[in-house]
Write a protein that binds this ligand. Structure first.
Ligand SMILES: NC(=O)c1ccc[n+]([C@@H]2O[C@H](COP(=O)([O-])OP(=O)(O)OC[C@H]3O[C@@H](n4cnc5c(N)ncnc54)[C@H](OP(=O)(O)O)[C@@H]3O)[C@@H](O)[C@H]2O)c1
Length: 180
Protein backbone atom coordinates (compact mmCIF):
# COMPACT_ATOMS: atom_id res chain seq x y z
CA UNK A 1 0.00 0.00 0.00
CA UNK A 2 1.29 3.43 -0.94
CA UNK A 3 0.47 6.60 0.95
CA UNK A 4 -0.15 9.81 -0.99
CA UNK A 5 -1.16 13.27 0.12
CA UNK A 6 -3.56 14.92 -2.32
CA UNK A 7 -4.56 18.58 -2.26
CA UNK A 8 -5.12 21.69 -4.33
CA UNK A 9 -2.89 24.67 -3.67
CA UNK A 10 -3.50 28.33 -4.40
CA UNK A 11 -0.59 30.68 -5.08
CA UNK A 12 1.91 28.13 -3.68
CA UNK A 13 0.56 28.62 -0.17
CA UNK A 14 -3.14 28.25 0.64
CA UNK A 15 -5.35 25.17 0.91
CA UNK A 16 -8.45 26.44 2.72
CA UNK A 17 -10.51 29.35 3.91
CA UNK A 18 -13.02 29.46 6.77
CA UNK A 19 -13.19 25.68 7.04
CA UNK A 20 -13.91 25.29 3.35
CA UNK A 21 -11.92 24.62 0.20
CA UNK A 22 -10.18 27.63 -1.26
CA UNK A 23 -10.50 26.30 -4.79
CA UNK A 24 -13.68 24.80 -6.17
CA UNK A 25 -12.94 23.77 -9.70
CA UNK A 26 -14.81 21.08 -11.60
CA UNK A 27 -11.69 19.73 -13.31
CA UNK A 28 -9.88 19.52 -9.99
CA UNK A 29 -12.83 17.70 -8.43
CA UNK A 30 -12.92 15.25 -11.36
CA UNK A 31 -9.19 14.75 -10.95
CA UNK A 32 -9.61 14.08 -7.20
CA UNK A 33 -12.31 11.54 -7.98
CA UNK A 34 -10.35 9.69 -10.64
CA UNK A 35 -7.21 9.56 -8.48
CA UNK A 36 -8.95 8.27 -5.39
CA UNK A 37 -11.64 5.93 -6.78
CA UNK A 38 -11.50 2.44 -5.32
CA UNK A 39 -9.01 3.42 -2.67
CA UNK A 40 -8.94 4.53 0.95
CA UNK A 41 -9.08 8.17 2.08
CA UNK A 42 -8.07 9.56 5.46
CA UNK A 43 -9.56 12.92 6.46
CA UNK A 44 -9.90 15.05 9.56
CA UNK A 45 -13.31 15.61 11.09
CA UNK A 46 -13.57 19.23 9.88
CA UNK A 47 -12.85 18.31 6.27
CA UNK A 48 -15.35 15.43 6.35
CA UNK A 49 -18.00 17.79 7.72
CA UNK A 50 -17.30 20.25 4.90
CA UNK A 51 -17.89 17.64 2.16
CA UNK A 52 -21.03 18.41 0.14
CA UNK A 53 -21.92 14.70 0.05
CA UNK A 54 -20.51 11.24 0.67
CA UNK A 55 -17.66 10.16 -1.59
CA UNK A 56 -18.83 7.12 -3.56
CA UNK A 57 -16.69 4.05 -4.17
CA UNK A 58 -14.05 5.10 -1.70
CA UNK A 59 -13.64 4.22 1.95
CA UNK A 60 -13.35 7.37 4.04
CA UNK A 61 -11.64 7.02 7.41
CA UNK A 62 -12.28 10.04 9.60
CA UNK A 63 -10.01 11.12 12.44
CA UNK A 64 -11.64 12.60 15.51
CA UNK A 65 -10.74 12.69 19.17
CA UNK A 66 -14.39 12.84 20.12
CA UNK A 67 -16.17 9.82 21.43
CA UNK A 68 -16.84 7.41 18.63
CA UNK A 69 -20.32 6.54 19.77
CA UNK A 70 -21.50 10.15 19.77
CA UNK A 71 -20.20 10.80 16.29
CA UNK A 72 -21.67 7.63 14.88
CA UNK A 73 -25.07 8.80 16.00
CA UNK A 74 -24.83 11.86 13.79
CA UNK A 75 -27.30 11.50 10.96
CA UNK A 76 -25.40 12.92 8.06
CA UNK A 77 -21.89 11.72 8.77
CA UNK A 78 -20.00 11.51 5.49
CA UNK A 79 -17.35 9.04 6.62
CA UNK A 80 -17.39 5.25 6.57
CA UNK A 81 -15.15 4.66 9.57
CA UNK A 82 -14.11 6.76 12.54
CA UNK A 83 -10.83 6.45 14.40
CA UNK A 84 -9.40 8.29 17.37
CA UNK A 85 -5.70 8.29 16.48
CA UNK A 86 -3.42 8.53 13.43
CA UNK A 87 -1.95 5.11 14.21
CA UNK A 88 -5.41 3.58 14.22
CA UNK A 89 -6.16 5.26 10.88
CA UNK A 90 -3.09 3.80 9.19
CA UNK A 91 -3.60 0.34 10.71
CA UNK A 92 -7.16 0.36 9.47
CA UNK A 93 -6.04 1.45 6.00
CA UNK A 94 -3.61 -1.50 5.91
CA UNK A 95 -6.42 -3.82 6.96
CA UNK A 96 -8.59 -2.55 4.09
CA UNK A 97 -5.74 -3.58 1.80
CA UNK A 98 -6.27 -1.21 -1.14
CA UNK A 99 -3.45 -0.16 -3.45
CA UNK A 100 -3.33 3.37 -2.16
CA UNK A 101 -4.38 5.45 0.80
CA UNK A 102 -4.89 9.16 0.20
CA UNK A 103 -4.27 11.68 2.94
CA UNK A 104 -6.87 14.24 1.91
CA UNK A 105 -6.77 16.96 4.53
CA UNK A 106 -7.17 19.18 6.18
CA UNK A 107 -4.08 20.99 7.34
CA UNK A 108 -3.74 19.07 10.62
CA UNK A 109 -4.02 15.72 8.84
CA UNK A 110 -1.43 16.56 6.16
CA UNK A 111 0.91 17.57 8.95
CA UNK A 112 0.40 14.40 11.00
CA UNK A 113 1.06 12.02 8.10
CA UNK A 114 3.84 13.95 6.30
CA UNK A 115 6.57 11.58 7.50
CA UNK A 116 4.77 8.52 6.15
CA UNK A 117 4.21 9.70 2.58
CA UNK A 118 5.34 7.87 -0.55
CA UNK A 119 4.23 10.74 -2.72
CA UNK A 120 2.24 13.93 -3.10
CA UNK A 121 -0.33 14.89 -5.74
CA UNK A 122 -0.65 18.66 -5.86
CA UNK A 123 -2.90 20.66 -8.17
CA UNK A 124 -1.63 24.22 -8.56
CA UNK A 125 -3.79 27.26 -9.13
CA UNK A 126 -2.70 30.87 -9.44
CA UNK A 127 -4.88 33.95 -8.97
CA UNK A 128 -3.24 37.37 -9.29
CA UNK A 129 -6.16 39.17 -7.70
CA UNK A 130 -6.32 36.96 -4.60
CA UNK A 131 -6.15 38.84 -1.28
CA UNK A 132 -3.67 36.88 0.80
CA UNK A 133 -4.22 39.13 3.83
CA UNK A 134 -7.86 38.22 4.33
CA UNK A 135 -8.84 36.35 7.49
CA UNK A 136 -9.60 32.64 7.74
CA UNK A 137 -6.94 31.43 5.31
CA UNK A 138 -5.40 28.01 5.94
CA UNK A 139 -1.90 27.30 4.69
CA UNK A 140 -0.27 24.11 3.52
CA UNK A 141 1.70 22.85 6.56
CA UNK A 142 5.46 23.39 6.61
CA UNK A 143 6.01 19.65 7.03
CA UNK A 144 4.57 19.07 3.54
CA UNK A 145 6.71 21.83 2.04
CA UNK A 146 9.68 20.24 3.79
CA UNK A 147 8.79 16.80 2.39
CA UNK A 148 8.79 18.20 -1.14
CA UNK A 149 12.17 19.85 -0.63
CA UNK A 150 13.94 16.97 1.09
CA UNK A 151 12.28 13.67 0.10
CA UNK A 152 11.33 14.19 -3.56
CA UNK A 153 13.23 12.12 -6.10
CA UNK A 154 11.02 12.80 -9.13
CA UNK A 155 8.36 15.26 -10.12
CA UNK A 156 5.92 14.45 -12.91
CA UNK A 157 4.02 17.42 -14.27
CA UNK A 158 0.85 17.31 -16.33
CA UNK A 159 -1.90 19.79 -17.17
CA UNK A 160 -5.60 19.87 -16.52
CA UNK A 161 -7.85 22.41 -18.25
CA UNK A 162 -7.64 24.78 -15.29
CA UNK A 163 -4.46 23.96 -13.41
CA UNK A 164 -1.17 22.09 -13.31
CA UNK A 165 -0.85 18.73 -11.58
CA UNK A 166 2.49 18.06 -9.90
CA UNK A 167 3.22 14.55 -8.68
CA UNK A 168 6.09 14.28 -6.25
CA UNK A 169 7.54 10.79 -5.79
CA UNK A 170 10.02 9.34 -3.37
CA UNK A 171 10.86 6.52 -5.76
CA UNK A 172 11.10 6.35 -9.55
CA UNK A 173 7.59 6.70 -10.95
CA UNK A 174 6.60 3.95 -13.38
CA UNK A 175 4.44 6.21 -15.52
CA UNK A 176 5.95 9.46 -16.76
CA UNK A 177 4.60 12.31 -18.83
CA UNK A 178 7.05 15.16 -18.50
CA UNK A 179 9.70 15.01 -15.83
CA UNK A 180 11.43 18.03 -14.38
N1 LIG B 1 -6.95 22.31 -0.64
C1 LIG B 1 -7.28 21.06 -0.38
O1 LIG B 1 -7.07 20.18 -1.20
C2 LIG B 1 -7.93 20.72 0.94
C3 LIG B 1 -8.22 19.38 1.24
C4 LIG B 1 -8.83 19.09 2.47
C5 LIG B 1 -9.13 20.11 3.36
N2 LIG B 1 -8.83 21.38 3.03
C6 LIG B 1 -9.16 22.48 3.94
O2 LIG B 1 -8.50 22.33 5.18
C7 LIG B 1 -9.27 23.01 6.16
C8 LIG B 1 -9.50 22.11 7.37
O3 LIG B 1 -8.25 21.81 7.98
P1 LIG B 1 -8.13 21.70 9.57
O4 LIG B 1 -6.72 21.38 9.90
O5 LIG B 1 -8.73 22.93 10.16
O6 LIG B 1 -9.15 20.53 9.94
P2 LIG B 1 -9.09 18.94 9.61
O7 LIG B 1 -7.68 18.48 9.55
O8 LIG B 1 -9.98 18.66 8.46
O9 LIG B 1 -9.83 18.34 10.89
C9 LIG B 1 -9.30 18.59 12.18
C10 LIG B 1 -9.94 17.62 13.12
O10 LIG B 1 -9.44 16.29 12.91
C11 LIG B 1 -9.36 15.62 14.15
N3 LIG B 1 -7.96 15.31 14.44
C12 LIG B 1 -6.85 15.96 14.04
N4 LIG B 1 -5.75 15.37 14.56
C13 LIG B 1 -6.18 14.33 15.33
C14 LIG B 1 -5.54 13.35 16.12
N5 LIG B 1 -4.19 13.31 16.27
N6 LIG B 1 -6.29 12.43 16.76
C15 LIG B 1 -7.65 12.44 16.64
N7 LIG B 1 -8.32 13.34 15.89
C16 LIG B 1 -7.59 14.28 15.24
C17 LIG B 1 -9.94 16.55 15.20
O11 LIG B 1 -11.33 16.31 15.23
P3 LIG B 1 -12.21 16.53 16.59
O12 LIG B 1 -12.27 18.01 16.78
O13 LIG B 1 -13.53 15.91 16.27
O14 LIG B 1 -11.46 15.83 17.69
C18 LIG B 1 -9.64 17.90 14.58
O15 LIG B 1 -10.47 18.94 15.09
C19 LIG B 1 -10.58 23.41 5.49
O16 LIG B 1 -10.52 24.77 5.09
C20 LIG B 1 -10.63 22.51 4.28
O17 LIG B 1 -11.41 23.02 3.23
C21 LIG B 1 -8.24 21.71 1.84
Amino acid sequence: MQIFAIYSLLNDKFIGRNNDLIIKDKYDLQHFKSETLGNTIIMGRKTVESLPKRLKNRTVIMLSSQERIKLQLLDNLKADLIVNSPREAINLAYTLNKNKVFIAGGASIYDIFADLLDGIIETRFYRNDFDSNQSGLIELPKSIKNWKETKTKHIVVSELESCVVCRFFKENPSQSQSEV
